[in-house]
Design a protein around this ligand. Sequence first.
Ligand code: 13P
Ligand code: SF4
Length: 336
Amino acid sequence: MSTAAFDTAVKNLETKGFLDIELDPTLDLFSEIEKLKKEKNAVLLAHYYQEPDIQDVADYIGDSLGLAQQAEKTKADMIVFAGVHFMAETAKILNPNKKVLLPDLNAGCSLSDSCPPALFKKFKEQHPDHKVVSYINCSAGIKALSDVICTSSNAKYIVESFPKEQPLIFAPDRNLGAYISKTTGRDMVLWNGACMVHEIFSLEKITKLKVRHPEAKLIAHPECEEPVLRLADYIGSTTGLLKYTQTDDTQSYIVATETGILHQMMKASPHKTFIPAPPNNSCACNDCPHMKLNTLEKLYLCMKYEQPEILMEESLRQAALKPIKRMLEISKQAGI
Ligand code: 13P
Ligand code: SF4
């Protein structure tokens, strides 16, 4: 591409976004992405909820904790984050001197959006003796107001790292908070937020599926509502769910989380059956509209033009870094 054509493409990105760039349909995006990774010393981190093509080209696929741990230890110059904004933002908080890219800057999170920092600050002021444990699915502004961050795979250890008599606020996911309250016996003050993907599962349809497939186990993410969790045979983070299907000897599973995880489940256990738990609407499965904004095309363009980039104010970054570091230390001590 000539310099002028490159400048025009970058201008297009800045003003109109990727949609206006026409890609040569014969381009082998998989090999182009591999080439760009080497050329730019970039690492591609992807969450399990990404579309299968993106998972297949990623250097690392994981849950939110695994991804944060990878972001902390990478030696790459550039981190390309195939996930949602709060995940890429966490990578940037940990790596102020690296370029962190997110294929679609609009890939947000309904759970994160349910907890605006200004409102949360007031909520926190109403509980001055409480420490704040925040689920990683929140903005840097919320992280900066927190004592420690947790994910679905370490929340129990993080909560138990506080003395029993220490009152706690748990934000922003009320479902994960209620589940951790139950498993730890800690009475926490919960922020009233939820994930649009996990709160939409239909208990009625899941019950019918269980009747039709009595041999299948129900496995669920802790962001699901309590009635679904009550029915579950196993509850865990996306990594926990995947590992469970690999080690457990059951042959079929009803999976109550975002459908992207089924790709790795089927790859790891091709002879097993995985049935996505149905949502409370006319769809048969349950995709996260934010996660699915990223596509292979956008991923390629973002690596080629090094846009859109995650940028943040240094004082906010430093305030948000402390509780993330604390989470990573506690996880290391707990061996997760
Ligand atoms: P984990 O990655 O911790 O399993 O959480 C799932 C999720 O909702 C990420 O947005
Ligand atoms: Fe947010 Fe839920 Fe989508 Fe995860 S699945 S990114 S929590 S909306």
